[in-house]
Design a protein around this ligand. Structure first.
Ligand code: ATP
Ligand code: MN
Length: 480
Protein backbone atom coordinates (compact mmCIF):
# COMPACT_ATOMS: atom_id res chain seq x y z
CA UNK A 1 0.00 0.00 0.00
CA UNK A 2 1.35 3.40 -0.97
CA UNK A 3 1.81 6.48 1.20
CA UNK A 4 0.47 9.70 -0.24
CA UNK A 5 0.85 13.29 0.79
CA UNK A 6 -2.29 15.32 1.38
CA UNK A 7 -1.40 17.40 -1.69
CA UNK A 8 -1.21 14.26 -3.82
CA UNK A 9 -4.54 12.97 -2.57
CA UNK A 10 -6.34 16.26 -3.09
CA UNK A 11 -5.08 16.62 -6.64
CA UNK A 12 -5.55 12.96 -7.52
CA UNK A 13 -7.43 12.56 -10.79
CA UNK A 14 -8.68 9.12 -9.86
CA UNK A 15 -10.14 7.67 -6.72
CA UNK A 16 -7.79 5.23 -5.04
CA UNK A 17 -8.86 2.06 -3.26
CA UNK A 18 -6.18 1.86 -0.63
CA UNK A 19 -4.08 4.72 0.62
CA UNK A 20 -1.89 5.54 3.57
CA UNK A 21 -1.61 9.16 4.67
CA UNK A 22 0.25 10.53 7.68
CA UNK A 23 -0.07 13.95 9.22
CA UNK A 24 -1.20 16.03 12.17
CA UNK A 25 -4.79 16.43 13.26
CA UNK A 26 -5.95 20.01 12.91
CA UNK A 27 -9.43 19.36 14.26
CA UNK A 28 -11.58 16.39 15.12
CA UNK A 29 -15.29 17.02 15.24
CA UNK A 30 -18.41 14.98 15.94
CA UNK A 31 -16.20 11.99 16.82
CA UNK A 32 -16.07 11.45 13.10
CA UNK A 33 -14.34 14.10 10.93
CA UNK A 34 -10.58 14.59 11.08
CA UNK A 35 -9.09 17.57 9.28
CA UNK A 36 -5.60 16.26 8.53
CA UNK A 37 -2.63 18.32 7.40
CA UNK A 38 0.91 17.18 6.59
CA UNK A 39 2.47 20.44 5.41
CA UNK A 40 2.35 19.50 1.73
CA UNK A 41 -0.45 22.00 1.03
CA UNK A 42 -2.48 24.70 2.72
CA UNK A 43 -5.54 22.44 2.44
CA UNK A 44 -6.51 19.70 4.87
CA UNK A 45 -7.88 16.39 3.81
CA UNK A 46 -11.02 15.25 5.55
CA UNK A 47 -10.73 11.74 6.97
CA UNK A 48 -13.97 10.14 8.06
CA UNK A 49 -13.74 7.77 11.02
CA UNK A 50 -16.22 4.96 11.42
CA UNK A 51 -16.59 5.62 15.15
CA UNK A 52 -18.85 2.66 15.79
CA UNK A 53 -16.08 0.30 14.73
CA UNK A 54 -13.15 2.15 16.26
CA UNK A 55 -12.14 1.46 19.81
CA UNK A 56 -12.89 4.05 22.45
CA UNK A 57 -9.27 4.53 23.49
CA UNK A 58 -8.15 5.35 19.97
CA UNK A 59 -11.05 7.74 19.45
CA UNK A 60 -10.08 9.58 22.63
CA UNK A 61 -6.53 9.97 21.42
CA UNK A 62 -7.51 11.62 18.12
CA UNK A 63 -7.19 15.27 19.01
CA UNK A 64 -5.77 18.53 17.69
CA UNK A 65 -2.00 18.27 17.27
CA UNK A 66 -1.73 14.47 17.37
CA UNK A 67 0.33 12.70 14.69
CA UNK A 68 -1.59 9.90 13.02
CA UNK A 69 -1.24 7.34 10.27
CA UNK A 70 -4.40 6.54 8.38
CA UNK A 71 -5.20 3.66 6.07
CA UNK A 72 -8.31 4.04 4.02
CA UNK A 73 -9.98 4.66 0.70
CA UNK A 74 -9.97 7.87 -1.27
CA UNK A 75 -13.62 8.44 -2.13
CA UNK A 76 -15.82 11.19 -3.46
CA UNK A 77 -16.95 13.34 -0.55
CA UNK A 78 -20.58 13.29 0.53
CA UNK A 79 -20.30 16.63 2.26
CA UNK A 80 -19.74 20.16 1.04
CA UNK A 81 -16.35 21.89 1.02
CA UNK A 82 -14.22 19.13 -0.48
CA UNK A 83 -14.28 16.94 -3.57
CA UNK A 84 -12.64 13.91 -2.02
CA UNK A 85 -12.12 12.50 1.43
CA UNK A 86 -10.58 9.44 3.03
CA UNK A 87 -12.84 6.77 4.45
CA UNK A 88 -10.76 5.51 7.35
CA UNK A 89 -10.28 1.75 7.70
CA UNK A 90 -7.49 1.86 10.23
CA UNK A 91 -5.98 4.65 12.27
CA UNK A 92 -2.76 4.50 14.26
CA UNK A 93 -1.80 7.21 16.73
CA UNK A 94 1.88 7.92 16.09
CA UNK A 95 2.23 10.69 18.63
CA UNK A 96 -0.31 11.81 21.20
CA UNK A 97 -1.14 15.40 22.02
CA UNK A 98 -2.69 16.04 25.41
CA UNK A 99 -5.68 18.31 24.75
CA UNK A 100 -5.27 20.11 28.06
CA UNK A 101 -1.70 21.05 27.07
CA UNK A 102 -2.71 21.81 23.48
CA UNK A 103 -5.22 24.36 24.72
CA UNK A 104 -2.34 26.40 26.13
CA UNK A 105 -0.57 26.57 22.76
CA UNK A 106 -1.14 28.16 19.39
CA UNK A 107 -2.14 24.70 18.11
CA UNK A 108 -5.56 25.40 19.53
CA UNK A 109 -7.66 26.15 16.45
CA UNK A 110 -8.65 29.76 16.93
CA UNK A 111 -7.31 33.17 15.92
CA UNK A 112 -3.98 34.01 17.54
CA UNK A 113 -2.09 37.26 17.18
CA UNK A 114 1.15 37.25 15.20
CA UNK A 115 2.98 38.26 18.39
CA UNK A 116 1.65 35.19 20.17
CA UNK A 117 2.67 32.99 17.25
CA UNK A 118 6.18 34.46 17.38
CA UNK A 119 6.51 33.32 20.99
CA UNK A 120 5.84 29.76 19.82
CA UNK A 121 7.81 29.94 16.61
CA UNK A 122 8.60 26.23 16.85
CA UNK A 123 4.88 25.47 16.44
CA UNK A 124 3.75 28.28 14.20
CA UNK A 125 4.28 26.39 10.93
CA UNK A 126 1.40 24.17 12.06
CA UNK A 127 -0.84 27.15 11.28
CA UNK A 128 -2.09 28.00 7.81
CA UNK A 129 -0.50 31.44 7.69
CA UNK A 130 2.99 30.29 8.58
CA UNK A 131 2.95 27.12 6.54
CA UNK A 132 1.95 29.24 3.53
CA UNK A 133 4.66 31.84 4.21
CA UNK A 134 7.38 29.22 4.64
CA UNK A 135 6.36 27.24 1.56
CA UNK A 136 6.56 30.50 -0.39
CA UNK A 137 9.95 31.26 1.15
CA UNK A 138 11.19 27.88 -0.02
CA UNK A 139 9.71 28.35 -3.46
CA UNK A 140 11.28 31.79 -3.85
CA UNK A 141 14.71 30.40 -2.88
CA UNK A 142 14.38 27.80 -5.56
CA UNK A 143 13.23 30.39 -8.12
CA UNK A 144 16.28 32.51 -7.31
CA UNK A 145 18.73 29.68 -7.89
CA UNK A 146 16.83 28.71 -11.01
CA UNK A 147 16.94 32.23 -12.42
CA UNK A 148 20.68 32.52 -12.00
CA UNK A 149 21.37 29.01 -13.20
CA UNK A 150 19.22 29.58 -16.32
CA UNK A 151 21.11 32.80 -17.01
CA UNK A 152 24.67 31.48 -16.81
CA UNK A 153 25.59 32.60 -13.28
CA UNK A 154 27.75 30.56 -10.90
CA UNK A 155 26.72 30.19 -7.28
CA UNK A 156 29.61 31.07 -4.98
CA UNK A 157 29.92 30.84 -1.21
CA UNK A 158 31.53 33.86 0.40
CA UNK A 159 33.05 33.60 3.89
CA UNK A 160 30.84 34.16 6.89
CA UNK A 161 33.75 35.10 9.13
CA UNK A 162 35.69 38.02 7.69
CA UNK A 163 38.36 40.48 8.70
CA UNK A 164 37.24 43.26 6.40
CA UNK A 165 34.89 45.56 8.22
CA UNK A 166 35.98 48.40 5.96
CA UNK A 167 32.85 48.15 3.91
CA UNK A 168 30.78 50.17 6.29
CA UNK A 169 27.50 48.43 5.51
CA UNK A 170 26.58 48.34 9.17
CA UNK A 171 27.60 47.46 12.70
CA UNK A 172 29.24 44.05 12.95
CA UNK A 173 29.22 41.15 15.39
CA UNK A 174 32.71 40.36 16.63
CA UNK A 175 33.99 36.78 16.32
CA UNK A 176 36.50 35.88 18.99
CA UNK A 177 37.69 33.03 21.19
CA UNK A 178 39.33 35.35 23.71
CA UNK A 179 38.18 35.09 27.31
CA UNK A 180 35.94 38.09 27.90
CA UNK A 181 36.85 38.10 31.61
CA UNK A 182 40.55 38.13 31.03
CA UNK A 183 41.61 39.09 27.48
CA UNK A 184 45.30 39.45 26.61
CA UNK A 185 46.33 43.11 26.58
CA UNK A 186 49.00 44.90 24.58
CA UNK A 187 51.45 47.42 25.99
CA UNK A 188 48.89 50.21 25.83
CA UNK A 189 46.38 48.14 27.74
CA UNK A 190 44.12 47.48 24.75
CA UNK A 191 42.85 44.01 23.88
CA UNK A 192 45.56 42.27 21.87
CA UNK A 193 43.77 40.68 18.96
CA UNK A 194 47.01 39.29 17.54
CA UNK A 195 46.51 36.64 20.23
CA UNK A 196 42.97 35.93 19.04
CA UNK A 197 42.03 32.84 17.03
CA UNK A 198 42.71 34.36 13.60
CA UNK A 199 45.51 36.61 14.79
CA UNK A 200 43.40 39.68 14.10
CA UNK A 201 39.99 41.19 14.68
CA UNK A 202 37.28 39.28 12.87
CA UNK A 203 33.53 39.64 12.54
CA UNK A 204 30.49 38.08 10.95
CA UNK A 205 30.00 39.24 7.39
CA UNK A 206 27.69 42.15 6.57
CA UNK A 207 27.88 41.46 2.83
CA UNK A 208 29.67 39.10 0.47
CA UNK A 209 30.09 41.74 -2.18
CA UNK A 210 33.82 42.40 -2.06
CA UNK A 211 34.63 38.71 -2.33
CA UNK A 212 31.96 38.25 -5.00
CA UNK A 213 33.68 40.96 -7.05
CA UNK A 214 36.86 38.87 -7.12
CA UNK A 215 34.93 35.94 -8.59
CA UNK A 216 33.05 38.10 -11.09
CA UNK A 217 36.47 39.23 -12.33
CA UNK A 218 37.33 35.66 -13.24
CA UNK A 219 34.13 33.65 -13.65
CA UNK A 220 32.16 36.51 -15.22
CA UNK A 221 28.70 36.15 -13.70
CA UNK A 222 28.36 35.01 -10.10
CA UNK A 223 25.94 35.32 -7.20
CA UNK A 224 25.88 34.63 -3.51
CA UNK A 225 22.85 33.65 -1.46
CA UNK A 226 23.73 33.34 2.19
CA UNK A 227 23.33 34.67 5.70
CA UNK A 228 24.51 38.17 6.63
CA UNK A 229 24.69 39.77 10.04
CA UNK A 230 24.22 43.33 11.17
CA UNK A 231 24.37 44.44 14.77
CA UNK A 232 22.33 47.53 14.03
CA UNK A 233 20.19 48.34 17.00
CA UNK A 234 17.23 49.33 14.90
CA UNK A 235 14.11 47.63 16.10
CA UNK A 236 12.06 48.13 12.95
CA UNK A 237 9.66 45.85 11.13
CA UNK A 238 12.15 45.66 8.21
CA UNK A 239 15.47 44.90 9.93
CA UNK A 240 16.86 41.63 11.29
CA UNK A 241 20.23 41.02 12.93
CA UNK A 242 20.62 37.89 10.82
CA UNK A 243 19.15 37.89 7.34
CA UNK A 244 19.74 36.27 3.98
CA UNK A 245 21.08 38.25 1.10
CA UNK A 246 21.27 37.58 -2.63
CA UNK A 247 24.19 39.32 -4.29
CA UNK A 248 24.82 38.94 -8.02
CA UNK A 249 28.01 40.46 -9.41
CA UNK A 250 28.75 40.70 -13.14
CA UNK A 251 31.86 41.63 -15.11
CA UNK A 252 31.55 44.04 -18.04
CA UNK A 253 28.11 45.22 -16.87
CA UNK A 254 27.39 48.89 -16.24
CA UNK A 255 24.73 50.52 -14.07
CA UNK A 256 22.06 50.40 -16.80
CA UNK A 257 22.73 46.68 -17.19
CA UNK A 258 22.53 46.28 -13.43
CA UNK A 259 19.08 47.89 -13.36
CA UNK A 260 17.91 45.68 -16.22
CA UNK A 261 19.20 42.60 -14.41
CA UNK A 262 17.57 43.50 -11.10
CA UNK A 263 14.22 44.25 -12.74
CA UNK A 264 14.22 41.10 -14.84
CA UNK A 265 15.24 39.03 -11.82
CA UNK A 266 12.50 40.40 -9.55
CA UNK A 267 9.86 39.87 -12.22
CA UNK A 268 11.04 36.36 -12.88
CA UNK A 269 11.03 35.11 -9.29
CA UNK A 270 7.62 36.68 -8.60
CA UNK A 271 6.21 35.08 -11.78
CA UNK A 272 7.54 31.79 -10.54
CA UNK A 273 5.47 31.83 -7.36
CA UNK A 274 2.39 33.15 -9.18
CA UNK A 275 2.63 30.07 -11.33
CA UNK A 276 3.69 27.50 -8.72
CA UNK A 277 2.11 28.59 -5.43
CA UNK A 278 -1.43 29.70 -6.29
CA UNK A 279 -3.06 28.07 -3.24
CA UNK A 280 -0.73 29.62 -0.69
CA UNK A 281 -1.01 33.02 -2.36
CA UNK A 282 -4.79 32.79 -2.46
CA UNK A 283 -4.84 31.96 1.23
CA UNK A 284 -2.58 34.89 2.14
CA UNK A 285 -4.51 37.20 -0.15
CA UNK A 286 -7.72 36.33 1.63
CA UNK A 287 -6.05 36.78 5.00
CA UNK A 288 -5.15 40.35 4.02
CA UNK A 289 -8.64 41.06 2.71
CA UNK A 290 -10.07 39.97 6.07
CA UNK A 291 -7.48 42.06 7.92
CA UNK A 292 -8.33 45.09 5.78
CA UNK A 293 -11.97 44.91 6.81
CA UNK A 294 -11.07 46.01 10.31
CA UNK A 295 -9.19 49.07 9.02
CA UNK A 296 -10.55 52.50 8.13
CA UNK A 297 -11.25 52.89 4.40
CA UNK A 298 -8.26 55.15 3.81
CA UNK A 299 -5.80 52.55 5.08
CA UNK A 300 -7.13 49.66 3.03
CA UNK A 301 -5.06 48.44 0.09
CA UNK A 302 -6.12 49.39 -3.37
CA UNK A 303 -4.89 46.10 -4.77
CA UNK A 304 -5.09 42.54 -3.48
CA UNK A 305 -1.88 40.57 -2.89
CA UNK A 306 -2.00 38.76 -6.20
CA UNK A 307 -2.87 41.97 -8.05
CA UNK A 308 0.20 43.60 -6.48
CA UNK A 309 2.46 40.77 -7.59
CA UNK A 310 1.00 40.86 -11.10
CA UNK A 311 1.43 44.60 -11.19
CA UNK A 312 5.16 44.28 -10.52
CA UNK A 313 5.53 41.50 -13.08
CA UNK A 314 3.60 43.36 -15.80
CA UNK A 315 4.82 46.95 -15.45
CA UNK A 316 8.15 48.66 -16.01
CA UNK A 317 9.90 49.93 -12.92
CA UNK A 318 10.13 53.70 -12.93
CA UNK A 319 13.76 54.86 -13.21
CA UNK A 320 14.39 58.20 -11.54
CA UNK A 321 17.66 59.95 -10.74
CA UNK A 322 18.34 61.05 -7.18
CA UNK A 323 18.33 64.67 -8.39
CA UNK A 324 14.85 64.32 -9.92
CA UNK A 325 13.64 62.58 -6.76
CA UNK A 326 14.87 65.46 -4.59
CA UNK A 327 12.95 67.92 -6.77
CA UNK A 328 9.80 65.88 -6.42
CA UNK A 329 10.22 65.58 -2.65
CA UNK A 330 11.08 69.23 -2.15
CA UNK A 331 7.87 70.27 -3.89
CA UNK A 332 5.72 67.56 -2.33
CA UNK A 333 2.77 68.27 -0.06
CA UNK A 334 4.20 66.54 3.06
CA UNK A 335 7.40 68.54 2.67
CA UNK A 336 5.62 71.88 2.22
CA UNK A 337 3.25 71.14 5.07
CA UNK A 338 6.18 69.99 7.21
CA UNK A 339 4.68 66.52 7.59
CA UNK A 340 7.99 64.73 7.00
CA UNK A 341 10.06 64.14 10.10
CA UNK A 342 13.14 65.04 8.05
CA UNK A 343 12.36 67.90 5.68
CA UNK A 344 14.05 67.91 2.30
CA UNK A 345 15.69 71.26 1.80
CA UNK A 346 18.62 70.68 -0.42
CA UNK A 347 20.40 68.37 -2.80
CA UNK A 348 22.64 65.98 -0.90
CA UNK A 349 20.17 64.96 1.78
CA UNK A 350 20.05 61.26 2.60
CA UNK A 351 16.63 59.80 1.87
CA UNK A 352 14.78 58.37 4.85
CA UNK A 353 12.23 55.64 4.64
CA UNK A 354 9.38 58.22 4.83
CA UNK A 355 10.71 59.81 1.61
CA UNK A 356 11.19 56.50 -0.14
CA UNK A 357 7.69 55.45 0.75
CA UNK A 358 6.23 58.74 -0.43
CA UNK A 359 7.91 58.32 -3.81
CA UNK A 360 6.90 54.73 -4.32
CA UNK A 361 3.45 54.66 -2.65
CA UNK A 362 2.06 58.15 -3.20
CA UNK A 363 3.87 59.69 -6.14
CA UNK A 364 4.78 56.98 -8.65
CA UNK A 365 2.59 54.15 -7.30
CA UNK A 366 4.89 51.53 -8.80
CA UNK A 367 8.35 50.09 -8.08
CA UNK A 368 10.98 52.80 -8.45
CA UNK A 369 14.69 52.57 -9.20
CA UNK A 370 16.57 55.58 -7.86
CA UNK A 371 20.05 56.07 -9.31
CA UNK A 372 23.06 58.43 -9.34
CA UNK A 373 23.19 59.28 -5.65
CA UNK A 374 25.49 61.88 -4.07
CA UNK A 375 28.89 60.24 -3.55
CA UNK A 376 29.19 61.21 0.09
CA UNK A 377 26.10 59.31 1.25
CA UNK A 378 27.13 56.06 -0.46
CA UNK A 379 29.87 53.44 -0.01
CA UNK A 380 33.50 53.96 -1.10
CA UNK A 381 33.51 51.35 -3.85
CA UNK A 382 30.81 52.94 -6.01
CA UNK A 383 31.80 54.26 -9.43
CA UNK A 384 32.21 58.03 -9.43
CA UNK A 385 30.36 59.76 -12.25
CA UNK A 386 31.96 62.32 -14.55
CA UNK A 387 30.28 65.12 -12.56
CA UNK A 388 32.53 64.01 -9.64
CA UNK A 389 29.58 64.58 -7.32
CA UNK A 390 27.43 61.51 -7.85
CA UNK A 391 28.07 57.78 -7.95
CA UNK A 392 26.53 55.06 -10.10
CA UNK A 393 24.43 53.65 -7.30
CA UNK A 394 20.88 52.38 -7.48
CA UNK A 395 18.26 51.49 -4.90
CA UNK A 396 15.04 49.73 -5.77
CA UNK A 397 12.03 50.80 -3.73
CA UNK A 398 8.92 48.64 -3.43
CA UNK A 399 5.48 49.65 -2.22
CA UNK A 400 4.93 48.68 1.42
CA UNK A 401 8.58 47.73 1.85
CA UNK A 402 10.75 50.69 0.92
CA UNK A 403 14.30 49.74 -0.05
CA UNK A 404 14.46 46.16 -1.25
CA UNK A 405 17.61 46.28 -3.41
CA UNK A 406 20.81 48.30 -3.12
CA UNK A 407 23.44 48.11 -5.84
CA UNK A 408 26.00 49.93 -7.92
CA UNK A 409 28.54 49.93 -10.67
CA UNK A 410 31.87 49.47 -8.88
CA UNK A 411 34.82 51.84 -9.11
CA UNK A 412 37.19 50.07 -11.50
CA UNK A 413 39.91 52.78 -11.63
CA UNK A 414 42.76 52.08 -9.22
CA UNK A 415 43.75 55.72 -8.66
CA UNK A 416 40.20 56.91 -8.00
CA UNK A 417 39.53 54.00 -5.65
CA UNK A 418 42.74 54.68 -3.69
CA UNK A 419 41.89 58.37 -3.36
CA UNK A 420 38.44 57.48 -2.10
CA UNK A 421 39.81 55.04 0.47
CA UNK A 422 42.38 57.52 1.68
CA UNK A 423 39.70 60.17 2.14
CA UNK A 424 37.70 57.76 4.28
CA UNK A 425 40.71 56.46 6.23
CA UNK A 426 40.35 52.92 4.92
CA UNK A 427 43.84 51.37 5.10
CA UNK A 428 45.05 49.94 1.78
CA UNK A 429 46.69 46.97 3.56
CA UNK A 430 43.31 45.74 4.67
CA UNK A 431 41.95 45.55 1.14
CA UNK A 432 45.11 44.80 -0.83
CA UNK A 433 43.41 41.92 -2.57
CA UNK A 434 40.47 44.12 -3.52
CA UNK A 435 42.85 46.69 -5.01
CA UNK A 436 44.62 43.91 -6.94
CA UNK A 437 41.48 43.47 -9.05
CA UNK A 438 42.09 46.99 -10.36
CA UNK A 439 45.72 46.18 -11.21
CA UNK A 440 45.32 43.00 -13.21
CA UNK A 441 42.82 43.45 -15.98
CA UNK A 442 40.38 45.82 -14.37
CA UNK A 443 37.01 46.25 -16.04
CA UNK A 444 33.60 47.77 -15.57
CA UNK A 445 31.51 45.56 -13.29
CA UNK A 446 28.36 45.86 -11.23
CA UNK A 447 26.11 44.07 -8.81
CA UNK A 448 23.44 44.44 -6.19
CA UNK A 449 22.24 43.10 -2.87
CA UNK A 450 18.68 41.98 -2.31
CA UNK A 451 17.47 41.30 1.21
CA UNK A 452 15.72 37.96 0.86
CA UNK A 453 13.31 38.55 3.75
CA UNK A 454 12.17 41.84 2.25
CA UNK A 455 11.32 39.95 -0.92
CA UNK A 456 9.42 37.33 1.09
CA UNK A 457 7.55 40.13 2.87
CA UNK A 458 6.47 41.59 -0.43
CA UNK A 459 5.52 38.21 -1.84
CA UNK A 460 3.43 37.18 1.16
CA UNK A 461 2.05 40.56 2.27
CA UNK A 462 3.38 39.98 5.79
CA UNK A 463 4.13 43.32 7.39
CA UNK A 464 6.73 42.32 9.97
CA UNK A 465 10.06 40.85 8.86
CA UNK A 466 10.03 38.60 11.97
CA UNK A 467 7.20 36.66 10.37
CA UNK A 468 8.97 35.64 7.18
CA UNK A 469 12.06 33.92 8.63
CA UNK A 470 11.79 30.74 10.76
CA UNK A 471 13.66 32.00 13.83
CA UNK A 472 14.19 35.76 13.76
CA UNK A 473 17.26 37.27 15.42
CA UNK A 474 16.66 40.82 16.58
CA UNK A 475 18.06 42.96 19.40
CA UNK A 476 17.48 41.16 22.73
CA UNK A 477 16.01 38.13 21.03
CA UNK A 478 17.72 34.88 20.04
CA UNK A 479 15.17 32.35 21.30
CA UNK A 480 15.05 28.91 19.64
P1 ATP B 1 18.28 49.96 4.96
O1 ATP B 1 18.42 51.39 4.55
O2 ATP B 1 16.89 49.43 4.76
O3 ATP B 1 18.83 49.68 6.33
P2 ATP B 1 20.77 49.32 3.72
O4 ATP B 1 21.01 50.53 2.90
O5 ATP B 1 21.47 49.18 5.01
O6 ATP B 1 19.18 49.13 3.93
P3 ATP B 1 22.30 47.54 2.01
O7 ATP B 1 23.50 47.63 2.85
O8 ATP B 1 22.30 48.18 0.67
O9 ATP B 1 21.00 48.03 2.83
O10 ATP B 1 21.89 46.00 1.89
C1 ATP B 1 21.26 45.45 0.73
C2 ATP B 1 19.85 44.96 1.02
O11 ATP B 1 19.82 44.13 2.17
C3 ATP B 1 18.86 46.05 1.33
O12 ATP B 1 18.36 46.61 0.17
C4 ATP B 1 17.79 45.32 2.10
O13 ATP B 1 16.93 44.63 1.21
C5 ATP B 1 18.58 44.27 2.85
N1 ATP B 1 18.84 44.62 4.25
C6 ATP B 1 19.72 45.52 4.74
N2 ATP B 1 19.75 45.53 6.07
C7 ATP B 1 18.86 44.58 6.46
C8 ATP B 1 18.44 44.09 7.73
N3 ATP B 1 18.98 44.55 8.87
N4 ATP B 1 17.51 43.10 7.77
C9 ATP B 1 17.00 42.62 6.62
N5 ATP B 1 17.35 43.03 5.39
C10 ATP B 1 18.27 44.01 5.30
MN1 MN C 1 20.84 49.62 6.99
Amino acid sequence: MKSYTVAELLSSETLVQEVIVKGWVRTFRANRFIALNDGSTIHNIQCVVDFENTNEDTLNRIGTGAAVSIKGELVESQGKGQKVEVQVNEITILGDADQEEVSKTILQPKRHTLEKLREQAHLRTRTNTFSAVMRLRSSLSFAIHKYFNDNGFYYMHTPIITASDAEGAGETFRVTTLDPQNPPLDEEGNVDYSKDFFGKETNLTVSGQLEAETYAMSLGKVYTFGPTFRAENSNTSRHLSEFWMIEPEVAFMDLAGNMDLAEDFMKSVLSYILEHNPDDLAFLEDRLIQEDKSKPQAERSEMTLIEKLRFVVDNNFKRVSYTEAIDILRNSKPNKKKKFKYLINEWGADLQSEHERFLVEKHFKCPVILFDYPANIKAFYMRLNEDEKTVRAMDILFPGIGEIVGGSQREERLDVLKEKMAALNIPEEELWWYLDLRKYGTAVHSGFGLGFERLVMFATGMSNIRDVIPYPRTPLNAEF
